[in-house]
Write a protein that binds this ligand. Structure first.
Ligand code: DGL
Length: 271
């Protein structure tokens, strides 16, 4: 039985889901968040479906065992295979949120950048076309290196130069040749480098599914009477299979608030 004071679980292969946690802290400041980032196994986008499903289940079980009242699947790659996972609480996923965000736009040509796995699944074009009232063209581009580069480069000028070089490599054709009307950031790592994208392509409208996810979560909590009634601001506990110091630093760099702890948790053995 869900309880209003229970935390909300957020999961991602790495720090990408921090972009979602940030939106939730903005929109639902009284909620307590439990974050799981599988730093030992990033990038998920270059793994196969079986492995991604097993690693996702490992994180989901971790969060559900800690009594979360809802799950934010803040990883587009996991969202592609979510039906393969056993869930015992309501889940909101990044891909659905991204497609919902596009459905409300007056655009003709939509670009989507994502991991290679998400791109190969073609989930974004299918979902966007299925639910858009307009006739649209959807272009998808899979980026093999971008998530990993973002994960380890925030705040480091040399690393960020590589991120920008990679962004240009992946986006140039879509923006300059195809002239998309907007670009969906179909991997939760990418909103963390919005400033770099805007510097390279000023005026390109960017769609970050995180805001839509936070709104869908808020609507659900209100509808079910599950919004946390506490008057104090909620906290954020971070668990990672990666480097604890690096995650604590990234949380600060991203601007997350009220981080009560950053703790190591052993990774799943996928050998
Ligand atoms: N941030 C994840 C996503 O939204 C995955 C990045 C990765 O691990 O490849 O797809």
């Amino acid at each position: 039985m869900s309880h209003s004071t229970a935390p909300i679980g957020v999961l991602d292969s790495g720090i990408g889901g921090f972009s979602v946690a940030k939106q939730v802290q903005r929109l639902l400041p009284r909620e307590n968040l439990l974050y799981f980032g599988d730093g030992a196994h990033i990038p998920y986008g270059n793994h196969g479906e079986e492995t991604i499903a097993a690693m996702a289940q490992y994180m989901i079980s971790f969060l559900e065992e800690r009594g979360v009242k809802a799950l934010l699947v803040a990883c587009n790659t996991i969202s592609c295979i979510l039906e393969r996972c056993a869930l015992s609480c309501p889940a909101f996923n990044a891909v659905q949120a991204g497609a919902d965000a596009v459905a409300g736009l007056e655009v003709d040509k939509v670009g989507v950048i994502s991991t290679v796995f998400t791109h190969n699944s073609q989930i974004y074009p299918r979902r966007i076309l299925a639910q858009s009232p307009r006739k649209l063209v959807v272009l998808s581009c899979g980026c093999p290196d971008l998530a990993r580069l973002v994960e380890h480069s925030l705040g480091d000028p040399e690393g960020m130069a590589l991120v920008e070089e990679n962004l240009r490599l992946e986006l140039e054709h879509m923006v300059r040749e195809e002239r998309v009307d907007c670009c969906v950031l179909g991997c939760t790592h990418y909103p963390l480098v919005t400033d770099s994208i805007q510097k390279l392509y000023p005026g390109l409208p960017l769609i970050d599914p995180a805001e839509e996810m936070a709104q869908a979560l808020r609507a659900y909590l209100d509808r079910e009477g599950l919004a946390n009634p506490q008057t104090a601001p909620g906290t954020l506990s971070v668990y990672t299979t990666g480097d604890v110091e690096e995650y604590a630093l990234r949380a600060r760099q991203v601007g997350l608030e009220r981080v009560s702890k950053v703790e190591y948790y052993p990774p799943m053995d996928i050998s």
